[in-house]
Design a binder for this molecule. Structure first.
Ligand code: KG4
Ligand code: ZN
Length: 356
């Protein structure tokens, strides 16, 4: 088989997913394996850092073997190793980074320590079914919406500049916290989204926060507090607010469904508000949207409509690569590699917080 080099091996262990992917030099995803640790963390209602680190160590051999097998390759075929250096849980990051460093050193391959956000940022350009990655435009606006970030990023010739970020909670984090208050199992975001589909948000018009200094920064803690207060009011009025699992929409009191729909509308509305205001400040030709929350069932059609109405070329990450995965890390590394960048595996370090 003739392969387009370099063959990139991606490793992503920043939180609770152990992920490994193999991409060819065109950015075709030859394999992308994500092993979830859900069952290990579920009894605790959230991710337990030490458990996550130990699970990464336990899962890595099977995950990497499967990724190579699915790609039809062997470790010796790898030309480039790409690992997430942060931000994330430090123990989890150190497991992935140490594995990547050791592999790159042993193979004598090129090495890239990638910022997690950079992985998400370029993920909308990955082909959803193994086709080659689209070449990102020279200049575009990235919107990364995840459990840790809500960021608007300007990309110009490979240089990035953060235009706005959240001043408090990230959008996904707020979905998780609202769901947790309702007793939903971890991860709560997708479940809140699903329940919101069955509600009528018109009864709960929650406000869209704006910064008083005119900045485009996001803020989600006010929306979270408003929603928690409304849940408390419903509870005081005798509505059952402890949904437990599984919470099928038919079993959930309708005022809760309506509240979740109102919450989701306001959360997505804030993104659209910032995009509208950004467009008033500067032309927006391309918008690339990524991150776990980009799977949201309201966000996707709303942004598609917004882009159509405003003649913006939209790249919405495919559902395969919206959540954390290693294909996006390998892809970002291939783009760095093309620009002549490379890292020293012996010098690379992980950090739980790193500015972008
Ligand atoms: O990108 P990601 O997998 O990890 C981080 O980098 O944070 O994003 C995970 C976040 C979680 O907060 C999860 O609840 C949220 O994305 N999420 C969603 C949906 N799917 C995942 N939030 C709202 N609606 C969804 N459909
Ligand atoms: Zn992420």
């Amino acid at each position: 088989m003739s392969l387009l080099r370099p063959i990139a091996l991606g490793i992503e262990t920043s939180c609770d997913d152990t992920a490994c992917a193999v991409l060819d030099g065109d950015g075709c995803v030859l394999s992308s394996v994500v092993s979830s640790q859900l069952e290990a963390h579920r009894p605790f209602g959230g991710v337990v850092p030490e458990i996550a680190s130990r699970e990464h160590l336990r899962n890595w051999p099977a995950v990497s073997e499967t990724a190579l097998e699915q790609a039809g390759l062997e470790l010796g075929d790898v030309d480039l190793v790409a690992v997430t250096k942060g931000p994330g849980l430090i123990g989890s990051l150190l497991v992935g980074l140490s594995l990547g460093k050791a592999i790159a050193y042993a193979l004598g391959s090129r090495f890239h320590a990638v910022h997690h956000l950079e992985g998400h940022l370029y993920s909308p350009f990955l082909g959803s079914s193994g086709e080659k990655a689209e070449r990102p435009p020279e200049a575009f606006i990235g919107l990364v919406v995840s459990g840790g970030h809500t960021s608007l990023i300007q990309v110009d010739g490979g240089e990035t500049k953060t235009l706005a970020e959240t001043r408090d909670d990230a959008m996904g984090e707020v979905f998780d916290k609202v769901g947790k208050r309702l007793g939903l199992p971890y991860p709560q975001g997708p479940l809140v989204d699903e329940l919101a589909d069955s509600g009528n948000g018109g009864d709960f018009r929650l406000s869209i926060a704006r910064c008083s200094d005119g900045s485009l920064d996001f803020s989600y803690s006010g929306l979270k507090s408003q929603t928690l207060v409304e849940i408390q009011k419903l509870e005081s009025a005798g509505v059952n607010t402890h949904l437990g699992e599984p919470a099928a929409a038919a079993d959930v009191p309708s005022p809760i469904l309506d509240l979740l729909a109102g919450f989701r509308t306001a959360a997505v509305g804030q993104l659209v508000d910032r995009l509208d205001r950004l467009r008033k400040q500067r032309p927006v030709r391309y918008l690339a949207v990524s991150g776990g929350v980009a799977a949201n069932r309201l966000l996707r059609p709303r942004l598609e409509t917004w882009a159509r109405e405003n003649e913006v070329d939209l790249r919405l990450v495919s559902l395969r690569y919206s959540g954390d995965n290693a294909a996006m890390i390998a892809h970002a590394a291939l783009l760095r590699d093309r620009r002549g960048l490379v890292d020293d595996p012996l010098a690379a370090d992980a950090a739980s917080r790193i500015p972008f």
